[in-house]
Design a protein around this ligand. Sequence first.
Ligand SMILES: [Mg+2]
Length: 331
Amino acid sequence: MPATVPIAVPPPPSAASEFELIRRHFSRPCAHTTLAGGDDAALLQPRAGMQLAVSTDMLVAGTHFFADTDPAGLGWKALAVNVSDLAAMGAAPRWALLSLALPAADEAWIAAFADGFYACAARYGVDLAGGDTTRGPLNLSVTIIGEVPPARAVTRGGGRPGDDLWVSGQPGLAALGLAMLRGQFRPDRDGERCLDALHRPQPRVELGLALRGVASAMLDVSDGLLGDLGHILEQSRCGAIVELDRLPVAALLATGADPLLAQRCLLRGGDDYELLFSAPPAERTTLAGLSQRLALPLTRIGCLTEPGSLLLRHADGRLEPAAAAGYDHFA
Ligand SMILES: [Mg+2]
């Protein structure tokens, strides 16, 4: 018998309360959880010899998303941003815990949120193994647990001067989507693609697993490419040069965004959940093959240097400190 999900449920204040609704919508079967449902704790069985990788992330209405955001997209994203953190370590996601604060019972909202959450869980092989609910301002907290063989996780601290810098997929699309929602940008085309990138990020789990032993340092881009690159530089004790004319802006320009907006969204926009990583130049052939196998663009955008600053190289060869170009939040 498949186990069901033990989201803790306080005594219902009335028949068919919101908690009953939650129980109804968050009790889908688990694939690899030993005991989940009806007990005080879930029992998780890691595969033999595996290390557990754990991360947690909170999403607050008004801070991380608009309160009127499509609930299915929110359900997907609440889990996806956590899955992305494990991808960034080269770990395989396995279990999630979900804590929800909800202002009111709204069955349509809860059902749509659950559908989005479970769609992401199914896509990435994650069991919802437990959680908690309470009444309060809309607030979602997910804890993700995954597995990685000992000493195989990719950290932020292994980069070396001379390593190439790579980014996956299309960073900047989600920022264009956010600019659309704020009424700051009206695309000529591909607007749906921008909104989809914002609402339904695709964590790069397969890539993260394939980069074990290939990438020297890695993280997922959640706060903006240059800002997050700063974390790699700090942990790896390196500087970096980012080549502006190597940035993958074509898809951003195709929306009708002007070159300056496209570049700013790519370098500074958050919410992309692409992987940013360093790798020795000897891995270029491997990475080209990997890009083909996963049908996922991997773009070499620069290199790590001796400890120093983060520099942007313009097409004419001119070097400019990122901070001087207005990209200062990495500092
Ligand atoms: Mg992260």
